[in-house]
Design a protein around this ligand. Structure first.
Ligand code: SIN
Length: 282
């Protein structure tokens, strides 16, 4: 669909669109920013190709959608500004960043609105990123399940990530009680959140961060959580993005989950990312 300023071409039935028109190395007009925002709100993730942008351009583009979220000091990159995340998997590295389905920083009280990722170096094949539409995940639940989940909250943490990094491998699914021992940060959020801009309801649990339901044990929570993880990432809710140097993905963490595929051993993949600050999920 062409909306005068940009050409928006959906890439799958459930989520994602490629955007043609804007040059993100330039200051965008208000109308252009509004057109890009509207495409993001409609498609949950939008993609741009062949963009030649510096880190400063990336930050300027991000700031047109809100304040950027600075990284914790240990994640900041020397010589770069505090909001720039460098995602660098070297040929000898085994783990990759974002290896499981997740919504960015859901272990924080105020998780990010969205993330903007630009590809600097890509492997010859592989290294794609999957996205899943969490509005459709919610919409396709039964009325009974929607009603039950609407009263529930879930506890999210960074324990599974820290445990994986410490042990060099991903703990088995459902071992969140062990992961909880590793966690440094927790936040509790509604299981179904209402998107502050579209007013639509989206499922908001993810296998990388969610430990359990509030007021329930890990063992009690895991069967339903495992069902929701499968349900929320069913193939028909997803799209798969194949990166080229200069590709950009901008996803809305309030209604999309994503997963970075780790299928390029022996090759480097270098990406730069900024995150736009969000609001506490409601
Ligand atoms: C992430 O932000 O989780 C990483 C996504 C990617 O590297 O494709």
């Amino acid at each position: 669909m062409r909306n005068q300023l940009i050409d928006v071409r959906p890439v799958a039935g459930g989520i994602g669109a490629e955007i043609f028109g804007p040059d993100l190395s330039e200051d965008l007009s208000e109308e252009m920013v509004a057109a890009v925002r509207s495409a993001l709100l409609e498609h949950c993730v939008i993609f741009f190709r062949d963009q030649k942008i510096s880190d400063v351009d990336l930050a300027r583009f991000g700031r047109q959608f809100g304040e950027l979220a600075p990284l914790p000091p240990h994640r900041q990159f020397p010589g770069k500004f505090p909001e720039l995340l460098v995602v660098d998997k070297k040929p000898e590295d085994k783990l990759n960043f974002g290896w499981e389905w997740h919504s960015d920083t859901s272990h924080l009280e105020v998780p990010s609105l969205g993330s903007i990722l630009v590809a600097k170096i890509v492997p010859p094949t592989g290294g794609d990123t999957f996205f899943a539409n969490q509005y459709l995940a919610y919409d396709s639940l039964s009325d009974g399940m929607k009603k039950m989940l609407s009263r529930m909250r879930a506890v999210h943490s960074n324990g599974r990530i820290l445990r994986t990094l410490a042990e060099g491998k991903t703990p088995p699914r459902g071992s969140e009680s062990m992961s909880a021992d590793w966690a440094e940060m927790w936040a509790t959020h509604p299981v179904v959140r209402t998107h502050p801009e579209t007013g639509r309801k989206a499922l908001y649990v993810n296998e990388m961060h969610t430990e359990r339901f509030e007021d329930m044990t890990v063992d009690e929570s895991q069967p339903l959580l495992q069902f929701l993880y499968e349900h929320s990432t069913r193939p028909e809710l997803t799209c798969r993005f194949q990166w080229e140097e200069g590709s950009i993905a901008f996803w809305d963490n309030r209604c999309a989950q994503h997963l970075a595929l780790n299928d390029y051993p022996g090759h480097r993949r270098l990406m730069h990312r900024v995150q736009v600050k969000g609001t506490a999920p409601e």
